[in-house]
Structures are given as C-alpha cells and as structure tokens.
Ligand binder design. Structure first.
Ligand code: ZN
Length: 222
C-alpha cells in the first residue's frame, strides 16, 4: 500500500502540466488619457474615474495608467510622442469629462456617461457638470462606463422589454453596475460576479482579436 501511494504521488508530480506557483502572470495594458483642463475643472469626476479604475483593477488582469494631457487637440499626441501609430495602439482610450448636455454635443437628454468605441482613439465621455456635485453617482457612472470598456453589456430585467443581446435577469437588475440607468437608492456601486467574469474573459480576448492587432516593428538591440 505504501509503495502504491509513493508511486501515485510520483506519477502525480511528474504529470502535473503547470506549476502555478512558477507561472508567469501578465496583464492587459490600458492607458486612459484625460485632458488636463477637464481634470482641473472636474476634480470629483476625475477622482471617481481613478477610484473606479482601481476597483476594476482589483478584479480583472489590467495594468492601467491614467495620463493627463495638457492639449485638447488629440493630434497633439502625435507631436508629443512623435509616433503616428500612437493613436492606433489598442490600449489607448481618450477620456473626455465635459458637459455632455452643452454645446458641441448632440445627445439625448439625461445622458451622463457614454462609451464611444467607434472613435480612434475610443472615447469615454462623462457629464462633468452633472456629476461633479454627486460623487457617488460619478463613481457608479465611472464603474459602469469602464464596464463597457471591458466589454460588459447592459444587465436588464426580463420584463424591461429591451432588445436581445443584453444579460437578462428575472429581477433586481437595477442593483447592478451595468443596469442602463442610474436609479437612486439601488447602490449600483459594487461589481458583481457576472460583470467581473465577463470583463475578465473580454480583456484576455482583446489580446488576440484580429482587428486590434497592430503592425509589427521588431527591432534589434545590436
Ligand atoms: Zn451603459
């Protein structure tokens, strides 16, 4: 019996394919670029964004950096970094904290946060004028919009009558960060297992998605 147990242990040890203690850990790089004038004008929203990024970082494998850029014109990135490919890098997101109900925007009323992946670089927009006086809503809005950045769709109730493709629950969807409206008194400031799981899968998928892959310029250090 002792010999059998010894052999069993030996076989188990030899055949374990991965030693998790020695496995290399890696994270997906994410750079959020906030305009300096926005961060100065809306310090509460900027803090909420920072806090929300830190919260997501606790749960999914991301290595986030929040950069403050002095110039409003995004073409300034080119001169600052001198690399035309900078804007095409997959991990860059331009964060605009602005009055989304003000001039220059043509958005439906009551929009307080918006994720616009179709832009290059993608844009994350916040209604600074509204959110600056409501730190809690600013935080839950930042958590929500970052959820979209990480591929998490809206979570709705079965009876909400929304289009398909969302995550549908029997009820209580209002308590989730990814519910599509801010509902007073419902919390919406704690990430759920559902939201974390979707985001975790998505950020790893982002690494290999064909349209996100960038040109290769392998260099030699010789
Ligand atoms: Zn949303």
């Amino acid at each position: 019996m002792k010999i059998f147990m010894f052999l069993l242990l030996l076989v188990t040890a030899c055949c374990s394919p991965v030693n998790h203690e020695e496995a290399i850990s890696y994270k997906v790089a994410l750079e959020l670029v906030v305009h300096e004038e926005h961060s100065l004008k809306y310090p509460t929203v900027t803090k909420a964004l920072n806090d929300a990024v830190q919260e997501w970082e606790q749960h999914i494998p991301i290595a986030p950096t929040i950069l403050t850029e002095p110039k409003k014109d995004s073409s300034a990135f080119l001169s600052v970094f001198g690399l035309p490919s900078f804007l095409n890098r997959p991990g860059i997101i331009q964060v605009l904290i602005d009055d989304l109900q003000g001039p220059g925007y043509d958005l439906p009323q009551n929009i307080i946060g918006l994720w616009q992946p179709q832009h290059n670089p993608p844009r994350l927009l916040f209604d600074g004028d509204y959110l600056e006086s409501s730190p809690d809503i600013a935080y839950s809005t930042a958590l929500h919009e970052l959820g979209h950045v990480f591929g998490v769709p809206h979570i709705v109730n079965k009876l909400d009558g929304t289009i398909s493709g969302f995550v549908v629950l029997e009820d209580s969807a209002e308590e989730f960060v990814m519910y599509p409206a801010n509902v007073p008194g419902k919390g919406q400031n704690k990430l759920s297992e559902i939201e974390i799981n979707i985001a975790r899968h998505y950020v790893l998928f982002e690494l290999t998605r064909p349209r996100k892959s960038s040109d290769c310029s392998l260099t030699s250090q010789n």
